[in-house]
Design a binder for this molecule. Structure first.
Ligand code: CA
Length: 501
């Protein structure tokens, strides 16, 4: 393969190297540029001379300033540029660039499960939720027993899930921050994929009593401290499970409009290609799904913060834009309380993948949100019921973001550049790779490869449509994601901004 780079925006004065092996010093690009040193894949090459202090521009935006003069054809490493200030939150334009309404996409459907509460499931699972971590191993034991001894009698049920977590006691449960994990776990406990109706296992003495986890719901509670020993508890859980499985087994998939999909979008292990290949393809699919009436959630506050000036103009109205700014403020203050800021986000893997700093990462991350209007902004722990493109505030941490999005979503898309085997027990997780090299290295973990976009062998539109169709197939149970096939179920990790006692 000849030496190749991708320049995203006409204003850019750096581009990223496409070749899997990188390019050697002296390599000649079609533009006439010569590499003046070895430059690895995903890393940036200067397209022109950058004076000391000159802005370094990628995606048409300033990602930093040159700390010294950098000649053309050089490898731009993270220590050669300064980190700009985050965009000030009091100087943003609000709802000034809403996208023109797009033609609706009619006739797209999936085969799913309609629930009595109006929600729609993509899987038919028995859910056993918990009020406290103390009971988690007991529930895990019961789940294994149900799987091996009971489940085969109920062939229309896709599986059984223990909704276990680290929350529930030893916390300041009346502190304002406690609302976030309690609401998140409450919504997950009534998830569409368990038909909104869980079994509940409680210890008895914990702070998060069943009535606090599920305030508007009277579930069947199995309380460990009421039972005569471990085996009696397991027998009680299995007895309740059988009753519930008999009901779930009667359910059948029916044709449901694509507008009932709620798709959570996030990235993990991003690289410099994420913003060029997988995230724009996901953004294209997001635009299509919005046109089909669905809900698309993008999240990860620290990966939105440095691109906020590009997002507030896209909000449907000023109130929505102000809500978005409020979420940025809240997180700035949350990080400041820990003597930190958004720059703490980037990982060694991000940097190995060519991302110099959080500004460059955020500009690539927001490509997942497509080009449409932002219709709604949700706070941490809020269940998203609005249609269209929604910013749902979450930390960027993969497992925490996934847990918070799970409160609302029935499908999940996860983009990755460095690679992650991430998966969830309750919803299909579709993994999209930024580079062909990763998809080839992990053929049994990556569901869709967006890497061909970088070499021109596929377009953003091609991969966007492929993902759109894959989501409908996977939602219908016609396709199983790799994470489902291997049963890769990351633990739930509720975000608890409140104090621990
Ligand atoms: Ca993430």
């Amino acid at each position: 393969m000849k030496p190749l780079y991708v320049k995203v925006h006409p204003r850019d004065n750096v581009a990223i190297i496409v070749n899997a092996e990188g390019v050697p010093s002296g390599a000649a690009f079609d533009s006439g540029l010569h590499a003046t040193e070895n430059i690895p894949q995903s890393h940036k090459v200067t397209l022109t001379t950058l004076e000391k202090g000159a802005p370094i521009i990628r995606y048409g935006e300033v990602i930093g300033h040159a700390l010294d003069e950098i000649g053309p054809g050089r490898w731009v490493r993270e220590d050669m540029l300064s980190l700009p200030q985050a965009p000030p939150l009091d100087q943003l334009s609000l709802a000034t660039r809403t996208a023109p309404p797009q033609e609706t996409l009619e006739g797209y459907t999936f085969e799913g499960f309609r629930n009595t509460d109006g929600s729609c499931g993509t899987r038919n699972l028995l859910g056993i939720t918990t009020t406290v971590q103390c009971v988690a191993p007991t529930v895990d034991y019961a789940v294994r027993k149900i799987e091996t001894e009971i489940l085969s009698r109920y062939p229309n049920v896709d599986g059984v899930v223990g909704i276990t977590h680290s929350y529930g006691c030893g916390v300041a449960i009346d502190a304002p921050g406690a609302k976030v994990p309690i609401a998140t776990l409450g919504h997950i406990s009534r998830h569409a994929n368990i038909a909104g109706d869980p079994l509940v296992v409680s210890l008895g003495c914990e702070k998060m009593q069943p009535s606090r986890l599920l305030p508007f719901f009277e579930p069947n509670v199995i309380r460990l401290q009421d039972n005569l020993g471990f085996q009696a508890t397991i027998a009680a859980i299995c007895e309740q499970a059988e009753k519930r499985l008999a009901i779930l087994d009667q359910r059948r998939r029916t044709t449901i409009p694509a507008s009932e999909l709620n798709v959570g979008l996030q990235c993990g292990g991003s690289d410099a290609f994420s913003g060029v290949t997988c995230n724009p393809a996901v953004g294209y699919a997001a635009d299509l799904l919005v046109r089909a009436g669905a809900t698309l959630m993008f999240s990860e506050v620290t990966e939105v913060r440095d691109a906020i000036h590009l997002l507030t103009p896209r909000c449907a109205d000023e109130a929505t834009a102000r809500k978005l700014i409020e979420e940025m403020h809240w997180y700035d203050e949350y990080l400041a309380r820990g003597y930190s800021d958004r720059a703490a986000n980037t990982t060694p893997g991000n940097k190995r993948g060519g991302l110099a700093n959080i500004v460059e990462k955020a500009l690539g991350s927001v490509a997942k949100a497509g080009s449409g209007t932002i219709h709604h902004v949700a706070s941490h722990g809020e269940k998203v019921t609005a249609k269209g493109l929604v910013f749902a505030a979450t930390p960027a941490s993969d497992f925490i973001c996934g847990t918070q999005q799970l409160a609302s979503m029935n499908m999940h898309v996860f983009t990755t550049g460095e690679g992650s085997p991430y998966g969830l027990a309750m919803v299909p997780v579709v993994k999209v790779s930024s580079r062909t090299a990763l998809a080839e290295k992990w053929p049994d973990l990556i569901d869709i490869n967006a890497g061909a976009i970088a070499t021109g062998q596929a377009t953003i539109e091609d991969v966007g449509w492929q993902l759109f169709q894959y989501l409908l197939d996977s939602a219908s149970g016609r396709k199983k994601t790799w994470a489902e096939r291997w049963r890769l179920h990351n633990a739930l990790a509720p975000f608890n901004p409140g104090p621990v006692t």
